[in-house]
Write a protein that binds this ligand. Structure first.
Ligand code: UDP
Length: 453
């Protein structure tokens, strides 16, 4: 077994870091796949992340696919067409093709309505496959439970392994809901349970997520591999530093700038940042003239029901003058927001990894985050930022106060954060994922051989 394919069953009781090292080309005579089908039913890798259904998973798929193509694994990504003007296939990068599948109306279908379109989507995937020679795809890698259902059937029909990444899990989300947030439906729990059984391999972002798969969904520990997601370390860098980024964004040089970036929904708890700032300014009114709170991103999920909710909260808390709402931006510009911030604040209720935490650190900015999900892996408590237990705004306010009190803290922790983030490269993540693929192919062949003797 490759040393890069961590299998939960082999390493109980010890903590594994991210995968490192040089990938091997072969595993027991089995080659890596040449071409894989990647499934992303409900959101396209071509969409702008940071609003609606587009977020970390989109970034994950784009970055992973490009790095896989760079190590000679071609990737075809299947996603649902959401406008009529889309060509059937678009080249995202050399070796990475996005295929648009017609399944239901282009507009007006919420993610919650997509289970009824999975048959149509699968039909589109099968049609695309039927135009090729047998053996066109060596493996199916599905993302999120909706895609897992399509992958289940496709992989079985094509006689190839199914590798699945949950990204988020209904049972985990439901166990830590924000107050008043809607729980995930039972149908999703059932769907996820079926995929856990059907998949040859499950890829988890962290050891914690691997354990959740086992605990909540009875995953076979031997099928679960841990691969930390990466950060685009060329795009997210400290570059010319905080002062220059502030000048470009029109932010005061000496301000305390706690930043929220990402999809605006109760799960991500941007309201806790606003309440913490309200608390801080109540305690220390003299800070008001030097606090700016950018909120970068757009409404998503259950946040769509009240798109103005956060603005109203800022007004109610009496801090509308210090909060600046900005629509989602491309990652080049997001990198400048990270650099400009004194600290990124991520008070999420659940987070399978939290890419923005890793990206901000790569830009030299510390993070204050809730100690949930993957965030304790993404953030080194006391070194690259602070982890906060629970969701009491007063605790987040206290963490912000430390940055207000000590003007050099952001720089000192930011330097440590940049160093820490360098361990999350996409090349490493892609090499580790490729090894998961190879192991899945190897095991399938071994199983087939043993059933034929
Ligand atoms: N993002 C972006 N523009 C924005 C806000 C966010 O491109 O205005 C990207 C960000 O770079 C990150 C992703 O959206 O890669 C969010 O990922 P994360 O894991 O933090 O959250 P998720 O959306 O998966 O819940």
């Amino acid at each position: 077994m490759s040393q890069y394919v961590a299998r939960l069953g082999n390493r109980r009781g010890r903590t594994l870091g991210p995968f490192t090292g040089t990938p091997r080309r072969r595993l027991g005579g089995v080659r890596r796949p040449r071409r894989i089908a990647m499934l992303s039913v409900h959101t396209s890798p071509l969409h702008q992340p940071g609003t609606g259904d587009a977020g970390g998973m989109n970034v994950y798929i784009v970055e992973l696919a490009k790095r896989l193509a760079a190590i000679n694994i071609e990737v075809e990504i299947f996603t649902r067409a959401t406008t009529g003007a889309l060509p059937p296939a678009v080249e995202l990068a050399p070796g990475v093709l996005v295929r648009h599948i017609d399944a239901g109306p282009y507009e007006g279908l919420a993610k919650e309505e997509l289970p009824a379109q999975l048959c149509a989507f699968t039909h589109g995937v099968m049609q695309a496959w039927a135009g090729h020679r047998p053996g066109h795809y060596d493996l199916v890698h599905s993302h999120y439970w909706l895609s897992g259902h399509v992958g289940w059937l496709a992989a079985e029909r094509w006689g190839v392994p199914l590798v699945h990444a949950m990204h988020t899990m209904a049972k985990v989300k439901n166990a830590a809901l924000a107050e008043g947030d809607a729980p995930e439906p039972a149908a999703r729990v059932i769907g996820e349970t079926q995929i856990v059984r059907a998949a040859d391999r499950l890829i988890a972002n962290t050891d914690g997520e691997a354990e959740e798969l086992v605990r909540h969904y009875e995953a076979d520990p031997g099928k679960v591999a841990v691969v930390h997601p990466g950060v685009n370390l060329d795009r997210f860098t400290p570059a010319d530093g905080r002062a220059a980024a502030r000048a470009r964004l029109g932010l005061p040089a000496d301000a305390l700038v706690p930043l929220f970036a990402g999809r605006i929904q109760p799960l991500k708890a941007p309201d806790i940042l606003l309440r913490a700032v309200g608390h801080l300014l109540d305690q220390r009114p003299e800070l008001r003239s030097r606090v700016v709170v950018p909120v970068v991103g757009g409404p998503s999920g259950s946040g769509l029901a009240k798109p103005e909710g956060l603005q109203k909260l800022a007004a109610r808390l009496g801090i509308a003058d210090v909060v600046r709402f900005r629509p989602p931006v491309g990652q080049e510009q997001l990198a400048d927001w990270y650099r400009a911030a004194s600290v990124l604040v991520m008070p999420s209720y659940s987070e399978s990894f939290g890419l923005v935490a890793a990206e901000a650190q790569a830009c030299g900015t510390p993070v204050v985050a809730a100690a949930v999900g993957g965030l304790p892996v993404a953030v080194r408590d006391g070194v690259s930022g602070f982890l906060v237990d629970g969701h009491d705004p007063a605790d987040y306010s206290r963490a912000l106060n430390r940055f207000a009190d000590d003007a050099t803290l952001a720089d000192r922790m930011g330097a440590a954060a940049a160093t820490h983030a360098r361990s999350f490269g996409w090349d490493t993540a892609a090499a580790a994922t490729a090894d998961v693929y190879t192991a899945a192919i190897h095991e399938r062949r071994r199983r087939l051989r043993s059933t034929h003797v």
